[in-house]
Design a protein around this ligand. Sequence first.
Ligand code: 6PG
Length: 491
Amino acid sequence: MSAPVGDIGLIGLAVMGQNLILNMNDKGFTVVAYNRTTSKVDDFLANEAKGTKVQGAHSIQELCAKLKRPRKIILLVKAGPAVDSFIQQLEPYLEKGDIVIDGGNSHYPDSIRRTKELEAKGLLFVGSGVSGGEEGARHGPSLMPGGSTAAWPAIKEIFQKTAAQVNGEPCCDWVGETGSGHYVKMVHNGIEYGDMQLIAEAYDILKRGLGISESEIADIFTTWNKGVLDSFLIEITANILKFNDDDGEPLVTKILDKAGQKGTGKWTAIAALDAGTAVTLIGEAVFARCLSAIKEERVRASKVINGPQRESFRGDKQQFIDDLEQALYASKIISYTQGFMLMRETAKELSWNLNYAGIARMWRGGCIIKSVFLGDITSAYEKNKDLESLLFDDFFNKAVHKAQPGWRRVIAQAVLWGIPTPAFSTALAFFDGYRSEVVPANLLQAQRDYFGAHTFRVMPGKENPRLVKDRDIHINWTGRGGNVSASSYSA
Ligand code: 6PG
């Protein structure tokens, strides 16, 4: 049998898989392609992969036999049981040190589990986020690999060459341990939900508030795309708004206003709740999709619930549009601040050593949230790798201060119009809460102690013989209850 020639194998010849193979082939690697329905392998070799170095395999055994050691095999199959099933099928043909890479949108707890399971068998596992859709896969995606750290030197060259490049730097670096690659991809998707919702709210304000047409809104987005908001999502939004149906009407106005979701935004919101981190903007973005989905109920409600009479805008329109740009920018800063807070918290909990500048660099190009803004986040974390919050970074601190007046004016006006701005508003509420030395949680604590003897701690500087520092205190508020606190009940 001839010596193995394959640098890497790929299982799953749907469009992402095919494009990633062709991309890796362009970068000089020999890829061995396999698909469960093997006729797809032949089709691929006879068509898209014709004239390339791509090799086909008609069985898992053949795939493994064609790969150089340590074998590297990427799975691009549906997240869930299919991944486990392929791992099981591969195992008999793998040897110590071989690497299985899951490039699907897997949930990170599965990747944590798979890393442990494969490492226990002497194999290595990498869960890699892959972002950028079909286009990214073909010409350079953002790749976010994490898992068995020993695998990185073996896959680094292939991954970094295959990824998108920004200013000569690859949008791919080692994320960290176990499930961290898929965790970071999940947060990426959550942030994607947030960015999309913010853009949708800006569109709604321009359309229903200012009464501007789709083609003019497209021009506004095109202008914004030359400034601080320069990003893929703003760019495609301008293109979408300009796109007319055959009758000349903007196609977007004919699309049913019910948003779908595959679940990665929801996972991020759940992870935030689990970690106890206030990732409010992504949460609102998920809920906004949920509210959009109950179209029929909204139609009924619109007939019986009135809002304010929407008066036409009498102020300076251009000033308001500039304010809106700032509101979008400031809200985006909050969303990313929250996303990075979440990653920090989880990293602490799971003892992951995450490289935040590296993560921002991976997101600068290739992926759906790619933007100039991510270059600024990279710089912030390069300056201080332990940055507690983006809002403590000089650049973002100044930016958010500059944006603040316009941000408030936009939300105030939207509220008066009765136009919902869940993402803009929650960003501002977080900002105002975050910058408040004192929040009304003192009252919450008093209520909890009043009705349930849940105890509270004394505010620094307010200590007295009854209110002792660093002690769980219970007060008999009514004179009726006992002096026993809830924490001293034994179950
Ligand atoms: C990416 C995208 C990709 C996909 C989302 C869409 O990074 O390339 O995030 O993963 O487009 O899964 O998610 P929803 O269907 O949940 O909007």
